[in-house]
Design a protein around this ligand. Structure first.
Ligand SMILES: Nc1ncnc2c1ncn2[C@@H]1O[C@H](COP(=O)(O)OP(=O)(O)O)[C@@H](O)[C@H]1O
Ligand SMILES: [Mg+2]
Length: 357
C-alpha cells in the first residue's frame, strides 16, 4: 500500500484495492452497489460493494469530518482536498437520488511532461515545436477541453517549457501542478469555514499575486469572475501566462472566458469584454479524451483580432479522427493547419517551427 492511499483506506475499506493501485486514477462510487474506476484512461465497473447505504454515508461523513467540513442535510455537498492530495467530491440524498455519491481523484505522484505526452502519441513532434515557440514567445495560452480530457496535465507540460529565469506564480483551487522550475511560488485558495468565513478565492489570489512581481501566472483553472482579472493581467504586461478552462472547442473556450468575465460583476459592455478576451488570449490548446480512452491535444489555435465583433481563430495543428472501430479503437492523424502569425518572431529567436507550406 502506498503512502498516498493510507489516509482514505481508513474510511473506504471496500475500495482499498483501487486506492493502492497506481494505475487507477479515479474511483467513482454511485451508491453502495455501483462502483466504477478509471484505469489507464478507461472506465470499468468493479465488483466492489459497500455493505449498505448507511456504511457508505458514514464513510463520506467521516471523510468530511476529517477535513473539518460538514456533510449533512444542510450541507449535502462536499468538495475537498484531503491531506494526501487526493480530491473527494461527495453528495448525499436527497440531492443525489441513488444514495451517497462519492468520487475520488487520486493524487498523481508524477505529472506528465511534454516529452511523455509525445511518447504517448498525445501530440506529434511538430505540435511540441509549436507549443515550445508559443511558450518561449510569451503567448498567453488557455488549455481547453472537457472534464478529465487532460487539461491540467497539458498545462503542467506547457509550464515545463517556461525558461528557468522567469518568476512563476502558480495559483490553484486544489494543488495539482508540479512545475519543474526552481523559481516557482505556489498558492492555494481556501474555502469558507463552517461559519462561512475566511474564504480566499482564486480571484483574491490573482489580485494578490500581481503585487508579487510575477513574470508569469499559471492558474489551475478559470471557472468564474477571476477570468476578468486574469485577462487584465494578461493585457497589462504579464504575458506568457496560462490557465485552463472547461470548453468543447477552442472557439467555445473564448466564449467561456467571456461568460466568466461577465460573472465578475464588472459592468463592462460585451464588446469591451470581447476585445479584452481577443487581445489577452493569444493561443488555445484544446484537449480531448477519445473513445478509446486516449487523451490527445486535438488542436492548437491562434487567436486573431476580432472581426465584426466575432472571434477568429487560426488553426495551426489539429487531430483528425478517420474511423472508430466497434471496440473504440481510434485511427486518425495530426494535420498541420495554417502557418502561425508568429513565424518571423520565432525565427528571430531561433525557435524551430514545423515546416509549413
Ligand atoms: N495524454 C495523456 N495520456 C495519458 N493519460 C493522461 C494524459 N493526459 C492526462 N492523463 C491522465 O488523465 C487524467 C485526467 O487528466 P487531467 O489533466 O487531470 O484532466 P482535466 O484537467 O482535463 O480534468 C489524469 O489521471 C491524467 O494523469
Ligand atoms: Mg483539471
Amino acid at each position: 500500500m502506498n503512502e498516498n492511499s493510507s489516509f482514505l483506506v481508513l474510511f473506504l475499506a471496500p475500495v482499498k484495492e483501487y486506492l493502492a493501485d497506481d494505475q487507477v486514477s479515479e474511483i467513482l462510487i454511485n451508491g453502495p452497489s455501483q462502483i466504477y474506476i478509471e484505469r489507464n484512461g478507461k472506465l470499468e465497473e468493479t465488483p466492489a460493494r459497500f455493505a449498505n447505504e448507511a456504511q457508505l454515508k458514514a464513510a463520506a461523513v467521516n471523510i468530511a469530518k476529517s477535513v473539518d467540513r460538514q456533510l449533512d442535510e444542510m450541507h449535502p455537498d462536499l468538495d475537498a482536498r484531503l491531506p494526501d492530495g487526493s480530491r473527494v467530491h461527495a453528495t448525499i440524498p436527497p440531492i443525489s437520488r441513488c444514495g451517497t455519491i462519492l468520487s475520488i481523484r487520486k493524487f498523481k505522484k508524477e505529472m506528465l511532461t511534454i516529452d511523455r505526452l509525445e511518447q504517448f502519441g498525445s501530440i506529434p513532434h511538430e505540435g511540441v515545436l509549436l507549443l515550445n515557440a508559443i511558450v518561449k514567445l510569451r503567448k498567453n495560452t488557455i488549455v481547453s477541453g472537457g472534464t478529465s480530457s487532460g487539461k491540467t496535465s497539458v498545462l503542467n507540460a506547457l509550464s515545463g517549457l517556461i525558461p528557468e529565469n522567469d518568476r512563476i506564480l502558480v495559483l490553484e483551487d486544489a494543488s495539482e501542478l508540479q512545475l519543474q522550475q526552481k523559481h516557482c511560488v505556489y498558492f492555494e485558495t481556501r474555502k469558507p469555514d463552517k461559519n462561512g468565513q475566511g474564504e480566499f478565492s482564486i480571484r483574491d489570489l490573482v489580485i494578490a499575486s500581481l503585487r508579487l512581481r510575477p513574470d508569469r501566472l499559471v492558474i489551475g483553472e478559470i471557472r468564474g469572475g477571476e477570468a476578468l482579472d486574469l485577462l487584465q493581467a494578461m493585457n497589462t504586461g504579464h504575458s506568457g501566462s496560462m490557465s485552463t478552462i472547461h470548453a468543447n472547442s477552442p472557439l467555445d473556450a473564448l466564449s467561456r472566458m467571456e461568460t466568466c468575465a461577465i460573472l465578475s460583476g464588472a459592468n463592462l459592455p460585451l464588446t469591451a469584454i470581447r476585445m479584452q478576451v481577443a487581445s489577452a488570449i493569444n493561443c488555445v490548446v484544446h484537449t480531448m479524451r477519445l473513445p478509446d480512452g486516449s487523451r490527445k491535444i486535438v488542436e492548437i489555435a491562434e487567436v486573431l483580432p476580432l472581426e465584426n465583433g466575432e472571434y477568429r481563430l487560426r488553426s495551426l495543428m489539429r487531430w483528425e479522427t478517420r474511423s472508430v472501430a466497434p471496440d473504440g479503437t481510434v485511427t486518425g492523424g495530426f494535420l498541420l493547419g495554417e502557418c502561425p502569425t508568429f513565424r518571423d518572431d520565432a525565427e528571430l529567436l531561433h525557435l524551430e517551427l514545423p515546416e509549413y507550406r
